[in-house]
Design a protein around this ligand. Structure first.
Ligand SMILES: Nc1ncnc2c1ncn2[C@@H]1O[C@H](COP(=O)(O)OP(=O)(O)OP(=O)(O)O)[C@@H](O)[C@H]1O
Ligand SMILES: [Mg+2]
Length: 348
């Protein structure tokens, strides 16, 4: 999503003041729905619901159903009275936490790199992004006294790597480390996840965990994500255990390369996810681009990553490209401080 993308609001009230306020804002697109069925249908496309339950018609769903659907869709909700009392508070809070238009760092944020196609670079993107985040956030924390005086809060330098895979774990095989995997971690209170390069790794042992209750996994993931500022997920799609994670994903990044089949697959997956989670939460990334100057064809890529040498060393080049887009415009400050510190030079 770009900074110019409108905030999407669903209006389920007859309060005229709400409409007057929304009309005046140039950055809001709103849909009106007073029937419970329409409200429910539109939920995946909006970021805020302004709803007065006395104004809506219970057809075909009940009020209780709608309340529940709003809750599971994780959409912000308020009454017309609350909204009218502080419209900028509600709308700016949403504008501030958009991928690509981040005006303050969220306390927790999760990015899932996903694709139907194998070999497009999901694992590389996920690992490089997580390692880079921790390095950059630490350096920023250490070096940014001046920036902090200017009101930028220090970054929490914790990151978590998760995966949705079948068969062998990429996190284990790529790091070459013998790490505790999801089954023991989720089921035994003593098990501790491995921390490597400052990042907590939770490799998936699918053959074991597929027997587990999805709710148990979901609770485990939620606890872990609550303890880390950034969660990065490497996910093949579709996946049998995706339900344990989908609610927690803030930004889906669908990955393709320059291969025609991966482009077609990425567009299909983009549509699937955008229908389910809303366009604002799904991005398209083209990886391993041979000549970045050439442009990305007809597709409006949110991120394009060039083919780099020794990508398996995870030097942060890829992560820097990703986070400077996702956390724009804030990441520019982090990057400035971090590069001026000179610590990254020659760091593998
Ligand atoms: N931007 C890049 N530049 C150069 N090489 C890259 C880049 N991204 C990924 N690669 C390389 O491409 C190969 C495939 O990448 P990766 O394993 O990350 O893909 P994947 O989508 O996770 O694949 P799989 O479906 O096997 O899990 C690896 O050798 C990786 O080092
Ligand atoms: Mg992989």
């Amino acid at each position: 999503m770009s900074a110019s993308q409108p905030i999407r609001v669903l209006v389920a009230t007859q309060a005229e003041q709400v409409y007057e306020i929304l009309k005046e804002r140039g950055d809001v697109h709103y849909d009106i729905a007073l029937y419970t069925g329409t409200i429910s249908d539109l939920l995946s496309r909006v970021q805020l619901v302004i709803i007065d339950y006395d104004d809506i018609a219970e057809y075909p769903l009940t009020e209780v159903d709608v309340r529940e659907r709003i809750f599971t869709a994780q959409v912000r909700e308020c009454s017309s009275e609350d909204f009218v009392a502080d419209p900028d508070g509600y709308l700016d809070a949403i504008a501030m936490s958009h991928a690509g238009a981040m005006l303050s760092f969220p306390d927790h944020y999760s990015i899932a790199f996903v694709s139907y196609s194998g070999g497009v670079g999901r694992t590389t993107l996920a690992m490089d992004t997580a390692y880079y985040y921790v390095d950059a956030a630490k350096q920023y924390r250490d070096k940014s006294r001046r920036a902090r005086r200017e009101g930028i809060k220090p970054l929490n330098a914790t990151a978590l790597l998760l995966e949705l895979c079948y068969g062998a774990s990429s996190l284990s095989s790529v790091t070459g480390l013998d790490m505790p995997s999801l089954m023991p971690l989720a089921t035994s209170p003593e098990a501790q996840a491995h921390v490597y390069r400052g990042v907590t790794h939770i490799p998936m042992d699918y053959d074991n965990v597929r027997m587990l209750d999805v709710d148990l996994l979901q609770r485990y993931f939620q606890r872990q994500m609550g303890q880390h500022a950034l969660t990065v997920i490497d996910g093949i799609w579709p996946h049998g255990l995706a339900n344990a994670l989908v609610q927690a994903v803030d930004l889906w990044i669908v990955v393709a390369s320059e291969r025609a089949d991966t482009l077609a697959n990425a567009l299909r997956l983009y549509d699937e996810l955008a229908t389910e989670y809303g366009e604002g939460r799904v991005w398209l990334l083209q990886n391993q681009v041979e000549d970045i100057k050439k442009g990305g064809g007809d597709i409006a890529w949110n991120i394009r990553v060039p083919r780099i040498s020794r990508s398996d060393e995870f030097r942060g080049e890829i992560g820097q490209i990703v986070l400077s887009k996702v956390f724009a415009p804030l990441w520019a400050t982090v990057y400035d401080v971090q590069t001026k510190s000179g610590l990254r030079k020659g760091k593998a």
